[in-house]
Structures are given as structure tokens and as C-alpha cells.
Write a protein that binds this ligand. Structure first.
Ligand code: F6R
Length: 600
């Protein structure tokens, strides 16, 4: 959360920084700002709200200089406002920050005692004060940064510049990502390579507690002891045009429609991993999967796949809970961390904890070279292409497909399933892209259904077995996009409480593809219907009995139990999207959220 762009080079920093911030707006959109050198002083322009507000303010601004920083904010300390927007400036220092300074209260008190004049409610401004105070003593930006590093506790990435050094930029991090982009004549510091990939494909990833010192074209790295470290650049070949909406009104809709291709790619890549891959897991007796949000629901599905197909006991935990409950992880356990961004703070900490207890760490990320990706023993990729919409869609379905293939491969390797069953499921997976395509071709029915959703005050999403995580994911999509109350429940739990909510204002969305749970889920629907609930059901093909009791029936293609969930989630994504869009919400950037959650 929060996006950072720093630039030092011969081009116009305003355009470069704005272009970069546009690529990073998914990380936060509460405010934005820039500080760019202009005749020897840093001119600062900031605006509350989305980047477009800053762009408007900058239209007629001209800057004579070649150094600048920009920021797009997801508010932690202090309300979203221009006053709290970055960059923060103190005595010629300009600074942008992503993350949280945990000991900010103590620092704030000290600064106030020393007579500091604070102009915002942020923890970030305090760091600018600390640097400014040190600079008074040392007259050197690098030394000033070095001496304040030990004072800061929390998770942060920071870029700082000083008006006395128009060719110098310093950055450091402990937590959220910071990446240095190296051009022949220019240097970038960004939160995500996307912000600089139009200008360079050579990047150096900063590790925690490292400092980068850029002077003119010279770029040097130091560890927290001040020792210089040599770091080799990584070549990143991610093409920039994937950021295009390709004629869709929103990134989210484009990403939903990309799923057939993305899933096909994820499946192919996972089947193609060399055959000796499985032997890395020979000692594994237990799997624990950790993740957050939508990735956590993918993790829940992993439990079904691993236990059913590979017969390996599997626990699933929300990363923020796992990391604080002293979990029982032993050597030879496998910890799988799932994260689209590979930067989610809780998932990263949970993964590190598992690793520190001797577990083998397998990451499933979409973003290559992300922190989680780099820290894992074994890497797998969702391969879904860049996901810009804040609400995750294709990364989820690609994760499910990948987990399914992985569990199948382990099942065959460990003799838990035989070749014919493997083949049958392989075929089911290969059929998925065209089945998803078929569902997408019925989008007008989901649009129509979503219109009827406007009359409801709340939603209960229900499912049994592999449809249960899909119910949870469907409810999350409804909450985050349409801002309507929605709960995901295992259908068998309905009688144990949620049934009390059911009346004519509540929609019960039941996911019941034709599988072993169909009849039981149908009975649960009858119970809801008898209490006046409105029924929306999703099942396989033509189901006359189900249709009769449903206010709206949505049909899915006939599929295998293991691929049904990947199909069922598509209508739920589309309905939440259409409803949110028709309510006038910002679908790509839902309120209060950000895509990459780099704070706890
Ligand atoms: C919901 C959503 C979030 C993320 C969660 C984890 O649509 O996108 O719930 O799934 O913040 O993010 P990653 O997968 O990047 O760790």
C-alpha cells in the first residue's frame, strides 16, 4: 500500500513520476503528491483523493530540474487529506514513505519536546524531521539517513532527497518493497517495477535494512552496518502493454475476461514442471497453507485438493492469525504461502515464521521477484499476467487451477491416485478454458441477475465441500465491490445460526453444482425458501427441481468435482462487478482498499 516513485536523470521528472504513479495507483488512492526540484528548491504539489486530482493541479506546472519523488497514499496515520499527503518536507528535505512507523508516538513526543513544528498527523513526517535534525549536524544526507535508521521500528520503505544535493537520492526499506531501476543515464526508485518498466528492464531489489545511495549515475548499496554490498541487477521482461484496458471499461472486467487464457497458461505451466519436481516433497508429512483474503479462499480449496488427491494432511490458516499463535510447525512440514502480489505483510511474516521453524517453504505468487518469491525454497507461479483491479479475480482462478494440478501430480507420484484418475482430471482441467469462455458468453444473464440484486439488504452465500470456499469468495467480492453486507457460509451451518437472518430482504446464493453434496444443499435451500428468503442458485445444466424453488437459477457447464469451483466463481465475480458498476462505485479501486497490503 502506498506507491513510491523517485527519479534522477536527464528527463523531465514530472512526466516520468506521474506516469509511474499511474501504474501504482492500485496501491492506494487516498491522496497523491510530488516534490520536484525547481531552481534549486523542491516545489511540492499535493492533492487529496485520486491521482487525477494531482494531475489537474500539475497541468500548467513546469519544473527546471532533474530530481523528484512522487507518492500515492493509502492512509494509515491521519485521515486522507492534502495536509497528510506525501511528500513531507522539513528544512529542504523531501520524503515519501510507504508503511508504518510503529514507535511513532515516542518519536513524536521527542520531536515536540525539541520544538518541532508538525504540519500533519502522519508518522511519515516524523521521519523527515529526524533526517532534517541529523543533517544539521552532519551536513550529509547519507550519514543523516544512516544515523536515524536504528530509531525506526515497523515496516517501511522510504525515499529521501535534499535540496542541497540536486543529484542525490537515498532510499531504504524494512518491509514493503523498493526496487531500483537502472537506465543508462537515469535511476528510478519504485514500489513496483511496473512504474519504471517503460524506461528500463534492469532492476535491483532492495533487501530489508539495506540502503541505496544514488549520486549522479552512480548507484551503491549498503547493509545496515554500513558495509557496501554488491548487488546484481535482475532483467525483468514484463511487457508494459498488459496494463492496457484493451477496450474494457474497467481493469476488473478485462481481468475476468482474461481468465480462459490465464487459466490455460497456469495449467500448462504447472503440468510442464519437470518430473523430478515432486521428489522435493518426499519428506513432507503435513502441509500448512497461509494466505490472506481471496488468496486465503484459494488456500482453503488447496486443502480439498491435497487431502483428497494426495492424501496429505493439510491445515489452512489466515496469515495474520498464524503468525501470532506459535503454530506447531516441524521440520519436514511444507508451508505453502499464496499471494498474488508476493508482498502481503502478514503472508510474508507467516511464511518466514514457517521457514524459521524448519519447514520447506513453497510460494505461489503472481508477481515474480516479489519478496515472498525471493524468500521461498520452491517457487510456483499463478502465471495470470498482471492484475490491476484491486479485487482479485484471475489470480484466484489461476491459483485454484495450479493447486489442483499440484495435488494431482503429488497424488500420482505418491500412489494415492492411479493413472486413469489422473488422466480424467487432466482432461477436466484442459476443458476448463473453453468452459469459462462459455460462461462468459452468458454475461448478459449475470448482468440482468445483478440488477435484481439491488433490492436486497444482504446476501448469504452458501456451499458445501469445494463450493464452500467459493461461497466465501463470492461474499467477499460482493462486500468489497458493492459495499453490501454478505456472508459466506458452509451450507450445513445454516441451521446453526444464519437462518435467523433469512427473510424477504435477504438473498441466499447457493452454489450447488451436481456433485455428492447436491441433494443436501437442495434441502438447505428448501429451509431458506420456507422462511421467505429469496433464492439464487447456481448449478450444473438443467435442474428442474432446483429451478422451481429458485427466484433465479444460473446454469453452469457440466464439469468434474475438482473444476466445478473454478467455474462457479465466474458468475459471482461478474454479478458483483455489474452490481457495483450500476451502483456507481469505482470497481477497480474500491473505497478504503489497496491491492498490495504491505502493512499488518
Ligand atoms: C480481494 C483481494 C484481497 C487479496 C488479499 C491478499 O479481492 O484482492 O483480499 O486477496 O489482500 O493479497 P495477495 O494475494 O496479494 O497476498
Amino acid at each position: 500500500m502506498c506507491g513510491i516513485v523517485g527519479y534522477l536523470g536527464p528527463q523531465n521528472p514530472k512526466d516520468i513520476i506521474l506516469q509511474g504513479l499511474k501504474k501504482l495507483e492500485y496501491r492506494g488512492y487516498d491522496s497523491a503528491g510530488v516534490a520536484i526540484l525547481d531552481h534549486g528548491i523542491f516545489k511540492r504539489v499535493r492533492a487529496e483523493g485520486k491521482l487525477v486530482n494531482l494531475e489537474k493541479k500539475l497541468v500548467d506546472e513546469k519544473f527546471e530540474g532533474h530530481l523528484g519523488i512522487g507518492h500515492t497514499r493509502w492512509a494509515t496515520h491521519g485521515v486522507p487529506s492534502e495536509r497528510n499527503a506525501h511528500p513531507h518536507q522539513v528544512d529542504g528535505i523531501s520524503l515519501v514513505h510507504n508503511g508504518i512507523i510503529e514507535n511513532y508516538l515516542e518519536i513524536r513526543e521527542d520531536l515536540l519536546k525539541m520544538g518541532a513544528l508538525l504540519t500533519s498527523e502522519t508518522d511519515s513526517e516524523l521521519v523527515a524531521h529526524l533526517v532534517a535534525l541529523e543533517i544539521k549536524k552532519t551536513k550529509d544526507l547519507f550519514l543523516a539517513v544512516k544515523s536515524i535508521l536504528l530509531r525506526l521500528r515497523g515496516a517501511f520503505s522510504i525515499v529521501v532527497i535534499w535540496d542541497q544535493k540536486p543529484k542525490e537520492m537515498i532510499a531504504f526499506k524494512d518491509g514493503p518493497p523498493l526496487i531500483v531501476g537502472l537506465g543508462p543515464e537515469e535511476t528510478f526508485i519504485v514500489s513496483d517495477v511496473q512504474a519504471a518498466i517503460a524506461h528500463t528492464s534492469e532492476f535491483v531489489y532492495l533487501e530489508d535494512r539495506e540502503v541505496v545511495w544514488i549520486q549522479n549515475k552512480e548507484v551503491r548499496f549498503f547493509d545496515d552496518q554500513g558495509n557496501e554490498v554488491k548487488k546484481a541487477p535482475v532483467h525483468v521482461a514484463w511487457s508494459e502493454d498488459q496494463m492496457d484496458k484493451m477496450g474494457f471499461p474497467h481493469y476488473m472486467l478485462k481481468e475476468i475476461y482474461e481468465q480462459p487464457r490465464a487459466i490455460a497458461h497456469a495449467i500448462k505451466e504447472t503440468f510442464q514442471i519437470p518430473a523430478d519436481f515432486e521428489s522435493q516433497f518426499d519428506q513432507v508429512q503435513k502441509i500448512t497453507i497461509v494466505a490472506c483474503g481471496t488468496s486465503y479462499y484459494a488456500a482453503l480449496m488447496g486443502k480439498y485438493y491435497f487431502e483428497k488427491l494426495a492424501r496429505i494432511p493439510c491445515e489452512v490458516d489466515v496469515a495474520s492469525e498464524f503468525r501470532y499463535r506459535n503454530p506447531l510447525i516441524k521440520k519436514n512440514d511444507l508451508v505453502i504461502a499464496i499471494s498474488q502480489s508476493g508482498e502481503t505483510a502478514d503472508t510474508l511474516s507467516a511464511a518466514r515464521l514457517g521457514k524459521s521453524k524448519g519447514a520447506l517453504l513453497l510460494s505461489i505468487c503472481n508477481v515474480k521477484n516479489s519478496s515472498l518469491d525471493r524468500e521461498s525454497h520452491i517457487q510456483m507461479y499463478m502465471n495470470s499476467g498482471i492484475e490491476v483491479g484491486v479485487a482479485s479475480t484471475k489470480a484466484f482462478t489461476c491459483s485454484l487451477a495450479l493447486l489442483n494440478v499440484l495435488a494431482l501430480r503429488l497424488g500420482l507420484y505418491r500412489n494415492q491416485i492411479q493413472k486413469p484418475e489422473f488422466k480424467e482430471q487432466e482432461e477436466a482441467l484442459k476443458a476448463l478454458p473453453s468452459q469459462v469462455e462459455a460462461i462468459l458468453s452468458y454475461d448478459k444473464y449475470f448482468l440482468e441477475a445483478s440488477d435484481a440484486f439491488k433490492e436486497f439488504k444482504g446476501f448469504l452465500y452458501m456451499g458445501r465441500g469445494v463450493s464452500y470456499p467459493i461461497a466465501m469468495e463470492g461474499a467477499l467480492k460482493m462486500k468489497e465491490l458493492a459495499y453490501l453486507h454478505a456472508e459466506g457460509y458452509p451450507a450445513g451451518e445454516m441451521k446453526h445460526g444464519p437462518l435467523a437472518l433469512v427473510d424477504a430482504n435477504i438473498a441466499v446464493v447457493m452454489i450447488l453444482p451436481l456433485d455428492e453434496h447436491f441433494e443436501k444443499s437442495l434441502s438447505n435451500l428448501e429451509e431458506a425458501k420456507a422462511r421467505g428468503g429469496k433464492i439464487i442458485s447456481l448449478s450444473t445444466g438443467h435442474q428442474p427441481k432446483l429451478k422451481k424453488i429458485s427466484d433465479r437459477y444460473l446454469s453452469l457447464p457440466k464439469a468434474h468435482w475438482s473444476t466445478n469451483p473454478i467455474l462457479s466463481v465466474i458468475p459471482l465475480q461478474l454479478m458483483a462487478y455489474h452490481l457495483a458498476d450500476s451502483l456507481g462505485h469505482d470497481v477497480d479501486q474500491p473505497r478504503n482498499l489497496a491491492k498490495s497490503v504491505t502493512v499488518e
